[in-house]
Design a protein around this ligand. Structure first.
Ligand code: T46
Length: 137
């Protein structure tokens, strides 16, 4: 398990292109904006306000979470410290390193969480038992 800390996870602000007219905004993620190449994209939606997603850590996976719509909280835990990020702006995403336990909660109605992941889906990369996670850190 990577010896990462919650302080290794951080918000990345994306370029926001706002028109001079009423056509709204556009944000973009180009090469080198996030510190990995994305091999997978998935998204969470229709999440009830009392539901929690996550509840696991990854051994090697990097992920970048973007609140495309609405808001939600991401609670990170490195086994020693916890840090909560409220994601509520589509041009501000959260980078989560491997070796960090994460829980997503307090989803607002209609919230959509887009996730860019550094690897394809692999269940063997997950640690879903918190005590096992704590022992590895
Ligand atoms: C994470 C948080 C933010 C797939 O078949 N392919 C996929 O790419 C993913 C992500 C999931 N699945 C399957 C595996 C489970 O049978 O979808 C089901 C639900 O997955 P899970 O319970 O892991 O979903 P979340 O929302 O708790 O966690 C997901 C990601 O798995 C995880 O990496 O960090 O979103």
């Amino acid at each position: 398990m990577r010896d990462t800390k919650v302080t290794d996870c951080y918000i990345i602000e994306l370029k926001k292109i706002e028109g001079q007219d009423a056509r709204g905004s556009l944000s973009v993620i180009e090469k080198n904006v996030i510190p990995f190449e994305s091999k997978r994209v998935y998204y969470l939606y229709d999440v009830p306000s009392d539901a929690k997603r996550g509840g696991h850590a990854h051994k090697e996976l990097y992920q970048f979470l973007i609140p495309l719509c609405g808001s939600f909280d991401v609670v990170l835990n490195d086994g020693y410290s916890k840090k909560t990020f409220t994601l509520n702006k589509p041009n501000k995403g959260l980078l989560i390193c491997p070796g960090i336990w994460r829980e997503l909660e307090n989803f607002s109605s209609g919230a959509v969480c887009l996730v860019l992941a550094s690897e394809v889906y692999d269940e063997s990369d997950y640690i879903r038992d918190f005590m096992a996670f704590k022992k590895c850190k």
